[in-house]
Design a protein around this ligand. Structure first.
Ligand code: NDP
Length: 402
């Protein structure tokens, strides 16, 4: 059906390559390109699929990316490198008229601030080029947007309250590690929190608001209110929302270590001089922390991510509560493909998004977020491709019970 170029050979890239290789009728040719060629080769070897080609690529370099796209001629590029590369890869896609998909919105290296404005600004140019950019197609952002549009399509006349709840109740046995790229993860958590209420953003101190929330098959876990990028597109695309919040669980030990690292300046993104050379403390910290792709072996427990929504029901107009979620088991994921559940819950939806594009189930031109497409074929594939979901209708929402 089509050719896919995957950029980024980290924890998520490995899962995307594995899952695309499984769908051989859809992804007829696969190329995995990243900054370090040996990582691409290692992934291709472990999948053992002759169809996976590999290439060395610095995706910060537009000309280099254009040359690779021209050589391989993919139908779609899946960007699972870092958010810093988003605009340069989009630029290369424009120059070669190739469609694009990613899992995290752009943020400049020098400021820890993620926003869609930079990528949404490409809308007209993508339309003019007749190509599509699918933004934020991991789990959160990604499946959480699809869950929300599924709820709107099938159950709600008007959605009023949205709470996205993200729990990782897994234990990797390491003293301190992040489940996706440490630099991006720590930048996200140490920022101020933010949520949508009555038409405006309410800012909080980092990790200021928290409470225990019950998660299916897991139990109660302390959950912290963060700003997360899908809130920005969801309140725009579902303007009836009066409130939209995002919660993520962290263990006490994780928070303590993070506080210490912050207090001693190790999470700073301001360069310092060390032995006559400029280094960025957070980048140095990333270098000493375990790589997300290395966490799979021995990781136990589950993740649980979902959307809890309250509003007015279709037809009756009566108040309705709705909770839709997926639980994913770290050990089961490791058995299937050698990864951990956070990489898996991101990589599987990225593959499905590209599949939707190649099967003409997600169509159009311009720059779009996942909730702007038909959720049904995507929801169907989640069930087939390893991320089954569950729903609860008309019961009290766990996020409201404390
Ligand atoms: P990793 O750090 O494991 O992998 C990142 C990969 O990108 C590495 O292989 C790295 O190369 C490569 N890379 C970095 N810079 C460049 C460059 N200039 N050119 C080419 N390749 C480059 O991170 P993850 O796999 O955990 O995360 C990947 C992406 O997924 C991130 O953007 C993250 O924010 C996003 N994500 C999204 C989630 C969602 O649910 N939406 C959840 C989790 C992650 P090298 O190995 O040489 O450093």
């Amino acid at each position: 059906m089509g050719k896919v170029l995957i950029i980024g050979a980290g924890g998520v890239g490995a899962v995307v390559a594995f899952k695309c290789a499984q769908q051989s009728e859809i992804f007829t040719e696969i190329m995995l390109a990243s900054r370090t060629l040996s990582k691409c080769d290692k992934i291709a070897q472990s999948i053992g699929n002759q169809r996976i080609k590999t290439a060395q690529l610095d995706a910060d370099n537009v000309a280099e990316t254009v040359a690779l796209i021209e050589r391989f001629e993919p139908d779609i590029v899946i960007n699972v490198a870092l958010p810093y590369q988003d605009l340069n890869i989009m630029e290369a896609c424009l120059q070669t008229k190739t469609s694009y998909l990613d899992t995290a919105n752009y943020e400049p290296k020098e400021v820890a601030k993620f926003e869609y404005k930079w990528q949404w600004a490409y809308n007209q140019r993508f339309k003019d080029a007749g190509i599509l950019a699918i933004l934020g197609c991991g789990f959160d952002p990604g499946v959480t947007g699809v869950f929300t549009s599924y709820a709107q399509k099938h159950y709600f006349e008007q959605m009023n309250y949205l709470d996205i709840v993200d729990c990782n109740a897994g234990d990797h046995g390491k003293a301190f590690a992040t489940n996706f790229n440490p630099e991006i993860n720590i930048r996200e958590i140490t920022q101020k929190g933010k949520y949508w209420k009555d038409g405006q953003w309410i800012e909080t101190q980092p990790l200021e608001i928290h409470k225990p929330i019950q998660y299916p098959n897991i139990g109660a876990k302390e959950s912290y209110l963060l700003f997360h990028e899908e809130l920005e597109s969801l309140v725009k695309n579902f303007p009836t929302l009066k409130q939209a919040r995002f919660w993520m669980t962290f263990g006490e030990k994780y928070i303590n270590v993070l506080n210490v690292l912050q207090e001693v300046g190790m999470t700073s993104i301001k360069p310092i001089l060390y032995e006559g050379r400029e280094i960025v403390p957070l980048q140095f910290l990333k270098a000493v922390l375990p790589e997300p792709a290395s966490l799979g072996a021995g990781y136990k427990g589950q993740t649980s991510i979902g959307c809890q929504i309250k509003g007015l029901a279709k037809e009756s107009g009566k108040e309705l509560t709705y909770y839709v979620w997926n639980n994913c088991d770290h050990a089961q994921v490791f058995k299937e493909c050698g990864a951990q559940a956070v990489s898996y819950t991101t990589g599987v939806p990225a593959m499905i998004g590209a599949m939707m594009y190649l099967k003409n189930q997600w169509t159009g031109v311009g720059v779009k977020n996942v909730e702007e497409f038909d959720p049904d074929p995507f929801m169907e594939q989640l069930n087939c491709c390893g991320l089954p979901w569950h729903e609860q209708i008309g019961l009290p929402l766990p996020v409201e019970s404390n």
